[in-house]
Design a protein around this ligand. Structure first.
Ligand code: PEP
Length: 253
């Protein structure tokens, strides 16, 4: 039985005060759903990680970073390492979010190094995969998702997958208000699980959590979560308001 997992990606939003206020409000409201068995995380900008970790300390809410660099230390101006993220209270880290792939220009090879460094260093990576609108229109969805998954997980041993979460995020649905239908999402989630079974084994594939992300809102969260291979939600815009994020967490029970 896979435990549902809801993560909020705040992207480049909030300031110190609003980040702490949002974190505290989510922590206060997430206690009851967490008791029902939902894992919850928030992913604020790097500069507010420590303050947010302090704000949710002792609650059911974990903290994740939005990115990481794969080297341990040294002359990598502007980058942040796995141990630094752990040092400020992170449990999770997003790797290969579509905005990093398509706005910043990260390639699969770099994403893979980040996933591997996170696992090796004791952070739990959330590997984001998903196709562009043009790729879906060209019937390339499975090909793209398969490439993101195979290259993103390259070199990882089966037992290392225990700390990895996959997030399927069709790029055309992120921040656009266009959500994949539950059936569209389920189709890709089932494809991902079958691929994991081929790449590793059926038991590992059954254990792995696959989140959906892309314009998740309180009014579509429950129908998405009703799909058998959807194990949680990665939420952008709707995680910036405590009440909508908490409604989404409740829908995941
Ligand atoms: C995201 O940033 O991962 C995301 C899914 O954003 P939104 O919910 O705003 O589409």
């Amino acid at each position: 039985m896979r435990k549902p997992f809801v993560a909020g990606n705040w992207k480049m939003n909030t300031v110190a005060q609003s980040a702490v206020a949002l974190a505290k409000a989510v922590a206060a409201e997430a206690a009851a759903p967490a008791e029902h068995g939902v894992d919850v995380a928030v992913c604020p900008p790097f500069v507010y990680l420590q303050a947010v970790a302090a704000a949710v300390d002792g609650s059911a809410v974990a903290v994740g970073a939005q990115d990481v660099y794969f080297e341990q230390q040294g002359a990598f101006t502007g980058e942040v390492s796995v141990s630094m993220l752990k040092d400020v209270g992170c449990t999770y880290v997003l790797c290969g979010h579509s905005e990093r792939r398509h706005v910043i220009g990260e390639a699969d090879e770099l994403v893979n190094k980040k996933v591997a460094a996170a696992v090796a260093g004791g952070l739990k990576p959330i590997l984001c995969v998903g196709e562009l609108k043009s790729e879906r229109q060209d019937s390339q969805t499975e090909q793209v998702v398969s490439r993101h998954l195979k290259k993103g997980l390259a070199g990882l041993a089966t037992e290392q997958l225990a700390s990895v979460t996959i997030a399927y995020e069709p790029v055309w649905a992120i921040g656009t208000g266009l959500t994949a239908t539950p059936q569209q999402a389920q189709q890709v989630h089932a494809f991902i699980r079958n691929l994991l079974a081929d790449l590793y084994d059926a038991a590992t594939a059954e254990r792995m959590r696959i989140l959906y992300g892309g314009s998740v809102k309180p009014d579509n969260a429950a129908e998405l979560m009703a799909e058998p291979d959807l194990d949680g939600l990665l939420v952008g815009g709707a995680s910036l308001k405590a009440d909508s994020f908490v409604q989404i967490i409740r829908a995941a029970i």
